[in-house]
Write a protein that binds this ligand. Sequence first.
Ligand code: ATP
Length: 235
Amino acid sequence: MKATLALRDIRAAHDGITVLHGIDLDVRAGQVVALLGPNGAGKTTALRVAAGLHPAQSGRLLLGGRDVTGADPRDLARAGVCLIPEGRGVFPNLSVRDNLLMMTFTGRSRAEIEEIAYARFPVLAQRSSQAAGTLSGGEQQMLALARGLATDPAVLLLDELSMGLAPLVVAKLYEQVAEIARQGVAVLVVEQFAAAVLGIADHAAVVVRGRVERQGHPDGGLRDELSALYLGSSA
Ligand code: ATP
């Protein structure tokens, strides 16, 4: 089966300094792929390249087998690529409902978007008139995911979903992410701390200093090697 999203030998730079040195990654529909690595390894840059928000110096970005290298991020979004950035990207002063309402630009009705959101995250229905900024961190992340789902994504890119959240909350969020993938979405998850996501990931890649040092099934010894890979990176 063709990968829904593929990065082929992607190099990318910040201010002329190369930070990704040839990243290869495949994410298939229905799969959760974890992109792990220490601080500054290049994970966020790789996600931004995948969303068309950061240019690749070389290499190719493929969507459903089609070469979309250099495509405008709006065109990639229209083709089903949805990035949920670190920090969640919800509007804190707007209510839950209005945060969802903004997603009607996708062509879906408000009712449909709310139905999808509240079916997956019932607590959001209870909080619908509450300002997003007053939700708990986990609820804000649910709202961010619900906004992403409103775009009917083919590819969901999640940056540090666990940031600042209690392990139990993270575990619950990842159960939902796994469920979203099971419905046919290709999910690429960036995390620095791997424990929660490895439980649901079908495949994991560890990036260290802009290179994939190791990839494979999360059970295949990769979990045990992580600390050595991370420690090695700071030496
Ligand atoms: P983190 O978990 O800290 O976000 P990361 O693995 O996502 O780490 P990136 O944010 O992709 O890593 O950063 C990769 C490298 O690029 C780092 O050395 C970082 O300092 C550098 N970098 C990232 N963003 C910028 C920027 N806007 N300007 C200059 N350098 C940057």
